[in-house]
Design a protein around this ligand. Sequence first.
Ligand code: NCD
Length: 314
Amino acid sequence: MAPSSTEHPRRRHAIDLDDFSSTEIEEILTTAESMKEVLSREIKQVPALRGRTIVNMFYEDSTRTRISFELAARALSANIVNFSARGSSVEKGESLVDTVRTLQALGADIVVIRHSQAGAPYLVARHFRGSVINAGDGRHAHPTQALLDLFTIRERLGQIHGVHVLILGDIIHSRVARSNLWGLTRMGARVTLCGPATLLGPPAYWTATWPEVRVSYHLDEVLSSADVVMALRLQKERQQAGLLPSLREYTRLYGLNPERLARLGERVLIMHPGPMNEGVEISPEAATAPNAVIEEQVTNGVAVRMALLYRLAG
Ligand code: NCD
């Protein structure tokens, strides 16, 4: 059982949501509401983290997550430095641990890391005296994405408890799905995972960790009971060859297309962490439907990351 926030009043790292209690998640979402209010002001800045240094270490491509952390740090008046492996001493063969020691010597307080290797943030945390935030590691975890998804669901539907969330598509390769499973189940949501068997694996793979989760290989059987449909990107960079017969068949069986969109009620939220493969897992009509909150997710990400940075460094 993961420790609760009362046993750990001051959290040091945020590497996955497995060690977050529902109380702590609730507190972060409430702080994020205040941060969202700050971001709606004409001057979108508070002095909360003045003098702190945050380093964005991105070893894998990113647009929204990197910029979101950067905006969040600036809105809290922290110094933010963007480090990318390309053009750094990593190209001269410097190891991750040496790089972290260097950043520490330069005065970094918080490291935000994205890495293609699952577990890399744990290694960094062992060698860094400050705080580590995982911005996505391999297939393992993406806790700030899950927190911003929780925030968006709570803001739109008023609660998370009892809400039925259908996570759809390339689940086996998805760190977003894994972190959302921790967050959603801890907050009392009902979760169904749906996709082809090759991108989902056997039900026991999931129910061993999350016994309450349902697994389905047939979208049209589970679609109508969802309150939220979270479509995931088909992760071509993490795919082994041969998992799909064809992209067309995948889209026909699992794509969120106009026919399926019409069968969803108008209150059903359509979410996607981005970047989208439009026309594959989601059609342009579904992505821009009035009940799609995909851009709101991106907007909310800044407030949620502010709340987390504040909690770790404040
Ligand atoms: C996700 C990621 O990188 O894990 N994107 C994101 O952070 N918004 C999902 C993805 O790559 O499909």
